[in-house]
Write a protein of this length. Structure first.
Length: 366
């Protein structure tokens, strides 16, 4: 597949917040609400940012920094750096290239990508982009919403397997959509040219009465057991925040967890991801894959996530703001900014390897 046309990068974008502010000027109100909106009063959304910012670093100086690198191992693969693009639905609402642009940016920057069930681009096309150079291909995972009909879920799973996805990510924290004030003020209607590539349009729309609608078919632990029986791909659960749920998932044979409050988009008044992460890590031990998302906006945030026990982090909204600003080039710029900041944080804190980033690099005032 030919790369998309490269849009010019707007001047003055030197941070992920710059990208968000600029994208907010470009996107229609309903599309901005869809991507940036938070549940209710936005307390959890704000807490995610504030919690990372509140953590302070404890740098070490005069360390041996020869042969420094950002590579790490996760689920049996080597990642070029410990970040993946989180699943974000309907990316063509941000830019005509949609997930195609995001995939080209991920491939160029050697960044893993988790493709949404509600992508506007088929998984086969995204896989072809990421696997264009197999020796350099970053990971491609497929995010899965369990469907009311298990046959439909199984069809999605088989399609992801056939496309060459290396893992499945089951979202478990959104059996219903959060109550988002911005989206209620600016309701979104998908235009005819933008449709989900993997599901009928009506599948993920709630009918009247939440408890009689989607919640009635909300996934349970039996569904997780069933899914594990259907595939040999590693299965991660996204949306784990309670230590008891973490331990139950580990006992079932789930391959890993993503600590997530859905970016503050589902249930408001939850703790920040940075607050939840250490509790989940303690529950499952040090050798079990744990990732985190929510509020990552600086390379220092990624560094802090690893110091708190994450093996890697996922980046959600900022990728779409970069996409809105300049298509594939905008997403690549977002990733370059974050990676430069992360590498600087590693070097300034005296960490030549990912394995050296631990709680000792956080300043604790006792």
């Amino acid at each position: 597949m030919q790369p998309p046309r490269l849009d010019p990068l707007p001047p003055g974008l030197v941070s992920l917040d710059d990208h968000q502010r600029h994208a907010a000027q470009l996107l229609d109100a309903d599309r901005l609400a869809f991507f940036a909106g938070a549940a209710a009063d936005g307390l959890t959304d704000a807490a995610n940012r504030q919690a990372w910012s509140a953590l302070q670093l404890a740098p070490r100086v005069l360390q041996d920094m020869q042969d420094s690198h950002t590579r790490t191992r996760l689920l049996g693969r080597t990642l070029d750096w410990p970040l993946l693009l989180a699943p974000v639905a309907h990316q063509r609402l941000a830019h005509p290239d949609g997930e195609i642009g995001t995939a080209f940016a991920a491939q160029a920057s050697q960044t893993g990508m988790v493709l949404s069930t509600l992508s506007n681009t088929p998984v086969e096309q995204v896989a072809a982009i990421l696997q264009h150079e197999p020796a350099l291909a970053p990971p491609l995972w497929f995010q899965l919403y369990l469907q009311p009909d298990r046959a439909a879920t199984l069809a999605l799973l088989r399609r992801a397997e056939a496309a060459g996805c290396q893992a499945l990510v089951l979202t478990v924290d959104a059996p219903v959509q959060g109550i988002r004030d911005a989206e209620r003020r600016h309701p979104l209607q998908l235009p005819p040219e933008i449709r989900p590539a993997h599901l009928p349009l009506s599948v993920h729309q709630a009918g009247p009465g939440l408890c009689q609608g989607l919640a009635a078919s909300a996934p349970g632990w039996d569904d997780v057991r069933w899914l594990l029986e259907q595939t040999t791909l590693p299965l991660l659960l996204k949306g784990i925040t309670h230590p008891d749920d973490a331990r139950q998932a580990q006992a079932l044979g789930v391959a890993g967890l993503i600590v997530s409050n859905h970016g503050g988009r589902t249930l408001d008044s939850m703790p920040a991801s940075a607050t939840l992460l250490p509790r989940v890590r303690q529950a499952v031990g040090n050798d079990y894959p744990v990732l985190v998302d929510g509020g990552i906006r600086r390379g220092t945030d990624l560094f802090k996530a690893l110091a708190l026990g994450a093996d890697a982090a996922l980046l959600g909204r900022p990728q779409v703001f970069g996409l809105a600003n300049a298509g594939a080039r905008g997403v690549a710029h977002v990733l370059r900014l974050l990676r430069d900041e992360f590498e600087a944080a590693m070097l300034l804190c005296g960490c030549a390897r990912i394995a050296q980033i631990d709680a000792s690099r956080l300043f604790i005032n006792r």
